[in-house]
Structures are given as C-alpha cells and as structure tokens.
Design a protein around this ligand. Structure first.
Ligand SMILES: *[C@@H]1O[C@H](CO)[C@@H](O)[C@H](O)[C@H]1NC(C)=O
Ligand SMILES: *[C@@H]1O[C@H](CO)[C@@H](O)[C@H](O)[C@H]1NC(C)=O
Ligand SMILES: *[C@@H]1O[C@H](CO)[C@@H](O)[C@H](O)[C@H]1NC(C)=O
Ligand SMILES: *[C@@H]1O[C@H](CO)[C@@H](O)[C@H](O)[C@H]1NC(C)=O
Length: 601
C-alpha cells in the first residue's frame, strides 16, 4: 500500500510539470455524485456536432449584500421595512467584482468562446453562453457530458455526473448549469393527487355559498368561527373563505395587485373548467378570467387540462376574485437528479422560470408554486443559487409560497444518496430554502388538524435563519435530543412555515368534479389570502408584504390559527407531532385574514 502511494506521488510532479499545464487545466471538482443517479442510464455519446447552452452564476463582489437588504426590507422592526428594491438596485447588489469578470473572460478567451455568444442573465449576476460545442464544454469543465436516458420516460438529457472548474475559478463561479442536475420535461413531481374514492360535490355548494353571503350582508361573521361541518369532508372556496375569514373582504387594488401561479410539467390551466368551477362553487365570481403566460416554450393546450394547474388556478381565483391572476406555463428541460425515493423524474426548471420572471418590469406581488423535490436530489451548489434568486425576488417585494411536499418526514425507506445509504428524514427543496414561505397541510374543521401527508422537517443544506430561531429552538427544546436522533439535522432551516387545508378539494377537471389532496391545495390557498392582504395594503397606499417569514415569525400565532394535533409519519416512523407554537408539521398555523389585516394596519 505504502509503495503504491509513493510511486503515485513520484509520478505526480511529472504530470504537473508537463508543458501543456496551465492554470486553466488545474481542475478541482465542483460537484460530483457518487454514481449515475437512480433511474438514469448513460444512453449514448452526444453527437459530434452537439452544442449546449450553459449558464453560470458569478460570485457577487459582496456575497451577503442582497441577503442583508432582503432582511432589512422584510423585517417589520427595521426602518427600511417595505422599502423594496428596484431591479436595478438588486442588480447593483449582486454585481460581480471586476476581477471576477476579468478571470472568467480570460478563461472564456482561452477556450475560444466568442464574445457574441456570451450575454448577461438573471439579474446580471449570471452569464449565459449559447451554443457551446459539447467537446469544448467538456474541456472547460474537466468533464464528459453524456446523453442520459430516464428509464421511466425514455427522455434523454445532456448531463454529467461530476464537473470541475480550474482551481482559480472556484472563487469566482458559484455554479454551472446544466451539469449534474438531471432533468426531463415530463413526470416531475407536482404536490397534488386525486382521491378517486372520496366524495365529490357534483352539484356545487349553493347552500353554503348562500349562508356565507347572508352573513356578509348582515355583517355578522361571528358564526363563521364555526365552519359548516360539510367542510370537514369536502373543501370548496366557501369553506376556505369562511375558515380563513376572507369572505367579507372586497379587493380594491385590482388594477395593481396580481396573484401569480408558477406551473410546470406541461400542466395547462383550463378556462372552461374555471368557468364551470366558479358556476358551481363561487357563483358571484363567474366573470373571473386569468392570463396564461408561456415561459421557455411552455404551451397552453386547452384540450389537455391538468389537475395541478386547474387546482391552483381554481382556488387562487376562488379566494382572490376579482384580483387578476396569471398562470405561468413553463416548458424546457428541467435539471434533475433522481434518488432512491424518486424513481420517476420529478424536478422542474426553476432557472428558466426565474430567468423569465426576473426580467419582467411588473412582477406579481404574490406567487404560489406547487412543485418540489427531495432536497438531496438537487446539487447543493445549484440549490443554493436558486434559493438566492428567490431572495432577489423577495427583495423586490414579492411573497413567494411553495407547497411543503406530500410525504411527511420522507418517502419510502429514506436512504441517503451520498453513498452512505444511511437512513435519514428527507427534506424538500425549494420548501427548505430560507427565502421562501413553505406551506404545509391540514385537514378537517372544528378544529383543523395536521394532514398526515404534510411534509416538514429540517434542511440539510440551509442553516436555520435567525427569523425562526426562537420558534424552532422552542420546539427542539421541548422535543428533546433522543427521539429520532441522527435522523434529522437540528441546525437546519425548519419547515414548513405555515399551513392551510390540503385534502378533499373539489376541482373541476375536463368538466368533472374531482376530489384532490396534497400541499398543492395549501400553497395557492395561503397565497390567495396573502394576495388579499397585499390588496389591502396597496389600496391603502402601502407596500406589499414581500418576503413574509420575518413578519410571520415576529407576529407568530396572533395572525394565524395554531394547529395543535396530528402528525406527519414517514420513513417508517411516526413523524413529528403538531403542538402549540411552531412545529415541523404545520409551521406556525393556518391564516386568519381578519387578524392578519389588523396586524398590518
Ligand atoms: C422506452 O423504450 C423502451 C425500449 O424501446 C420501450 O419498451 C418502452 O415502452 C419505452 N417507454 C416509454 C415510457 O415510452
Ligand atoms: C351574530 O351571530 C352570532 C352567532 O350566530 C349570534 O350569536 C349573534 O347574535 C349575531 N349577531 C347579530 C348582530 O346578528
Ligand atoms: C450521508 O448522509 C447521512 C444522513 O444525512 C449523514 O449522516 C452522513 O454523515 C453523510 N455522509 C457523508 C459521507 O456525507
Ligand atoms: C446540517 O445542516 C448544516 C446547515 O445548518 C449543514 O452544514 C450540515 O452539512 C448538515 N449536516 C448533514 C449531515 O447534512
């Protein structure tokens, strides 16, 4: 053994001294998986003339400036609270140092990348390199791109299982994509599913709507503290408007306030189904329409209504009407790494959507996304940069909500994909990003309890942010140190932040009433309540809420209903239990619009 090691050492100086060596060949691994991700196989070599579009994130001159600014404008106790940044102000804060630009330019020159194929992307902190020959990309990144095939869908993607950068560039480039984050355009994981054996309200819920309308007329909403018991088995907008006390509020800033829904997976929101839905479940809102915006080749096929898309838009409209809603249909090749628990390909092209939305002159004040995946299947460098882009959106004044996931503390047997195969709870990304608001699930009424599907736990990628220090430490202290020891990361960001109903949603799909469950139900519901709050603030000439978490954790349960029973089993365990205060099942609780409205007044 020793002799082998010595002979290896003896050879090394010769390699380093080779006349072809230069700082651009002095590679250091940037990210590597232990093997080809589960359910992917190397299918073929790329064609000789194949090209690839690359994007790379440059290190900002001041790495923490944008996060510091985000916290200042999002913290109700800070003098800059609500003073959201313009796109130009964000771009200035994330701008790279001139040395970074020079180093990267020299590297691109060395590889003969023409200036004409290089352009700024996102908020100017990324570079986009178009049509780079794959052979050249291999040389730049010390890697070998291959055409990988997903064994479930047969889709192929151009990816590598590891990539490197010259040592000197590690200080300047934070991530290169696409590299080790595999993806396909189909079969990603939306956080909703049909409950085919559950009850459906095929004839609508006229009696419930009438009851609520009458209460609105008399101005007496006291009785809504007790929600009709039918809401315990079938959820409609009337149930949610009563439960979360939005039914008496009439939006007044509809020329300025917008609610956005980010969609992926070739999921199309159907206009005829929305009309049917509103006729059955919100008869005062049948004039509601929404705009579909096609992003990165995403389409709008009205012959192919999606359960996820219809759920999102029907409940967003059903609660926020007459607030304008936008549905983003995002196409493109999503990056993805499969693990043991995601046998089918389930990630989405966040970067393409972010690149689009950050370039808009008007960005919705509230955006809900009901997609997510196992954190461990997203490379850390990629997840970190995507999370930072959500921070940039938040700094510009947008509230970003994500469903927390539908698999409790984790799906299946919960093996780590880092080579150890150690058992551990599996957190979800982007729900684990500290700069988004993660929404878990509840069910039943009088009282609401945690839905067992509600994903929650602790990130292995992102440390606990200070805004949730008190809430999460209080939970951990009560929880103790012995239960589930080693299965979750006590220093990680705890999620979800909040919760909303997540089962028995009545959704129209292709003209039929379906019963749908998942935290996909919860995210647009919570987002719609936030959108109404933003409407209220904007109509008073105030700033919208922007990044919500510092506000939510500082006001705690006073604007919410604390959920104190139920649990989120998974990974062969009973999971965490909902209790008083924050917990990793339902977060701080479900919204109470009237209480939140008085908190922001
Ligand atoms: C994938 O390809 C194999 C072999 O050609 C075929 O048997 C299988 O049906 C294909 N699967 C899908 C989902 O198209
Ligand atoms: C409002 O409703 C509650 C509960 O139904 C009832 O007790 C109360 O008398 C009502 N108040 C008015 C002013 O109608
Ligand atoms: C792999 O993941 C497990 C579970 O999160 C962790 O305990 C272990 O330290 C990790 N091993 C390595 C080599 O990173
Ligand atoms: C636990 O979380 C911290 C961030 O708070 C991270 O640095 C560390 O690597 C995580 N540990 C494991 C085993 O994943």
């Amino acid at each position: 053994m020793l002799r082998l090691l010595l002979s290896a050492l003896a050879v090394a100086p010769f390699v380093l001294a080779s006349p072809h060596a230069s700082r651009w060949n002095d590679f250091k691994v940037k990210h590597a998986w232990v093997g080809v991700p589960t359910d992917w196989v190397l299918h073929d070599e790329p064609a000789l003339d194949a090209t690839i579009d690359l994007r790379l994130a440059m290190k900002p001159e001041d790495d923490t400036a944008i996060i510091d600014a985000l916290y200042e404008v999002s913290d109700p106790s800070h003098p800059r609270y609500g003073a959201h940044l313009s796109k130009a102000e964000v771009a200035a804060l994330v701008a790279p140092h001139q040395n970074t630009v020079d180093e990267i330019s020299a590297w691109l020159d060395h590889h003969g990348i023409p200036a004409s194929s290089v352009s700024p992307a996102l908020n100017g902190d990324w570079l986009s390199l178009t049509a780079v020959p794959v052979e050249k990309a291999n040389a730049m990144l010390g890697t070998k791109y291959g055409l990988y095939r997903h064994v479930g869908t047969n889709e192929t993607v151009l990816r590598c299982t590891e990539y490197s950068l010259p040592e000197t560039l590690h200080d300047h480039i934070k991530v290169v994509a696409p590299t080790t984050y595999f993806g396909t355009t189909r079969a990603m994981r939306a956080t909703s599913f049909l409950q085919p054996n559950a009850a459906t309200l095929d004839d609508g819920d006229n009696a419930l709507q009438a009851e609520i309308a009458a209460l609105q007329t008399t101005g007496n909403l006291t009785s809504l503290a007790t929600v009709p018991s039918s809401c315990g088995s079938t959820i409609t907008p009337s149930c949610l408007r009563a439960l979360y006390s939005t039914s008496a509020y009439t939006p007044a800033a509809t020329s300025k306030n917008i609610l956005g829904i980010a969609g992926y997976l070739e999921e199309f929101a159907n206009t005829a189904d929305l009309k049917t839905f509103l006729t059955k479940f919100r008869s005062d809102a049948t004039s509601a329409t929404f705009t579909t915006v096609e992003v990165n080749g995403g389409q709008n096929n009205q012959n192919d209504p999606g359960v996820e898309a219809n759920l999102d838009i029907q409940y967003a409209e059903g609660i926020s009407f007459p607030t304008p809603n936008i549905y983003y249909s995002t196409g493109g090749s999503p990056p993805f790494i499969a693990d043991q628990n995601t046998p089918t390909n389930t990630n989405e092209p966040y970067l393409d959507w972010l690149d689009f939305i950050l370039a808009q002159s008007t960005i919705p004040q509230t955006i809900s996304t009901s997609y997510g995946d196992d954190e461990q299947t997203v490379p850390l460098d990629y997840a970190t940069e995507v999370c930072n882009l959500f921070a940039q959106l938040g700094a510009q004044g947008t509230s970003i909500l994500f469903s927390s996931g539908d698999s409790g503390v984790g799906p299946g047997s919960c093996q780590s994909n880092n080579g150890s195969r150690a058992e551990a709870f599996i957190p979800n990304f982007p729900a684990s990003c500290p700069f988004v608001t993660s929404v878990g699930g509840t069910t039943r009424v009088n009282p609401e309890v945690a839905a067992s599907l509600s994903s929650g736990g602790f990130s292995n990628y992102f440390a606990r942010p200070s805004y949730q220090d008190t809430a999460v430490t209080t939970f951990l202290t009560k929880f103790g140190t012995t239960k589930f020891a080693g299965l979750f990361n006590r220093t990680g960001r705890g999620f979800p932040d909040v919760a909303a109903q997540a089962e028995n949603f009545q959704v129209i799909v292709g003209g039929r009433t379906e019963n749908v469950a998942g935290t996909s139900c919860a995210s647009p519901t919570f987002a719609a309540v936030i959108s109404l709050l933003n409407d209220f603030l904007i109509s008073q000439g105030k700033s919208p809420l922007g990044f919500l978490n510092p506000f939510l954790y500082s006001t705690g349960v006073s604007g919410l209903t604390d959920i104190t029973s139920g649990s989120n089993p998974g990974c062969g365990t009973t999971g965490f239990t909902a209790g008083s205060g924050w917990d990793p099942v339902t977060g701080l609780g479900t919204p109470n619009f009237v209480a939140l409205q008085s908190l922001v007044s």
